[in-house]
Ligand binder design. Structure first.
Ligand code: PLP
Length: 387
């Protein structure tokens, strides 16, 4: 047979490094195997779109980290969120989405799902068990994210999942900020724990990926089918990068977390900083929930500066020497991003009407990062009174 299966010599080769196995076509020993190939799902291999051994290895490792039985990977964090919703939500269903959820998920719900007959409702991220009042007979799923994107609102996840289970409503949690090491979503009753592996899991700002972890086998079956029907295949090279990232995840989360706490504490007492948005700080409204449920400090926080003209923000960002200006987060290089006031003010249940500065802390020397921010804040202060 003219296939590229390993020779016995290759089979005897054992490497510590996972093999990168590529496939569109998977070949079959005989006619019967080919005819029955769909029965190999959700775990087996029948065509490249449902995954390769490299993808399965990564799925197993992520499921283990999330303390779950199953995982389905997707080509980005955004794809993981949309695939989860698409797997279970249909026209006529009611969908509850936290107002602090990732922007693309809210846009997908409001611009696509709502036009396909789904009743979409955004809820206050801090409502906890009170969410019961919003649950209807046709409520299918609650989409949570904690802390919320950009504005960092905490949610009482165990309280929400308890209500949801009682009422037969599915729950999904975007657990990217905490990583699986920081919060055990599935142990707290969440049906689907989502990671943008682009962030902490990959860890080096060079790959996009998403992961959906769960315990229920029937859910896994549905999501494998959804992933494959939507054509959400993940390259084995990208799987390799995330597998490699996982090797240092614990060290990076610990080192970046303690540096982040140090930088945040410094900024919290800086005269040009009006408000910190970072649950590990005692002053944060979500601190008690963070302390009760979370085990790590994350590497991402937001802050609101003393009000100033746009020109002052220009000075702040252009003074940075160690922070790089850019979107995304969770890699080993520190990043700074800016979210204009209008974006926040126009949100449902806005957390602020001021511009937000968001910082991701990497593995650089934290004293250099603090000096960099002090310099940028001095430039910001100076630009308050132009001329
Ligand atoms: C970045 C991010 C996403 C999207 O991940 P991509 O891989 O960039 O699509 C989703 N949720 C959160 C909380 C994120 O930070």
């Amino acid at each position: 047979m003219s296939t590229n299966t390993p020779t016995s010599q290759q089979e005897a080769f054992a490497s510590l490094s996972p093999a990168v196995m590529r496939a569109s076509t998977v070949v079959f020993d005989n006619f019967e195997d080919f005819v029955q190939r769909k029965q190999r799902q959700p775990d087996g291999f029948s065509y490249g779109v449902t995954g390769t051994p490299t993808a399965r290895l990564l799925e197993q490792k992520v499921a283990q980290l999330e303390n779950g039985r199953h995982c389905v990977i997707a080509p980005s964090g955004a794809a993981a969120l949309m695939t989860t919703v698409m797997g279970f939500v249909r026209g006529g269903d009611h969908l509850l989405v936290s107002a602090a959820c990732y922007g693309a998920l809210k846009s997908f719900a409001e611009k696509w799902l709502a036009r396909m007959g789904v009743e979409v409702e955004l809820y206050r991220p801090d409502m906890g068990a009170d969410i019961e009042a919003l649950i209807k007979d046709n409520t299918r799923m609650i989409c949570m994210e904690a802390p919320g994107t950009v504005t960092m609102e905490m949610q009482d996840i165990p309280a929400i999942t308890a209500v949801a289970r009682q009422r037969g409503v599915l729950t999904m949690l975007d657990n990217t900020w905490a990583s699986p090491l920081g919060f055990a979503g599935l142990d707290h009753g969440v049906d689907f724990s989502i990671q943008a592996a682009t962030k902490f899991l990959g860890g080096h700002s060079d790959v996009l990926m998403g992961c959906i972890s769960m315990n229920d086998h029937a859910h896994y079956d549905i999501l494998r089918e959804t992933q494959s029907i939507l054509g959400q295949q993940v390259s084995p090279e990208d799987c390799f990068l995330v597998l490699r990232g996982l090797e240092t995840l614990k060290l990076r989360v610990a080192a970046q977390g303690s540096a982040t706490l140090q930088v945040a504490r410094h900024l919290a007492q800086h005269p040009m900083v009006e408000r910190m948005m970072y649950p590990p700080l005692e002053s944060d409204p979500g601190h008690a929930l963070w302390k009760r449920d979370y085990r790590t400090h994350g590497c991402l926080f937001s802050m609101i500066l003393k009000p100033g003209p746009e020109q002052a923000f220009n000075s702040f960002f252009d003074s940075l020497q160690h922070f790089v200006i850019g979107a995304s987060w969770g890699g080993v290089h520190s990043l700074a991003a800016y979210y204009p006031a209008a974006l926040q003010a126009n949100r449902a249940f806005p957390a602020t009407d001021q511009p937000v500065v968001r910082l991701s802390i990497g593995l650089e020397d934290s004293t250099l990062l603090i000096a960099d921010l002090d310099r940028a804040l001095a430039a910001y202060a100076q630009a308050q009174t132009p001329g």
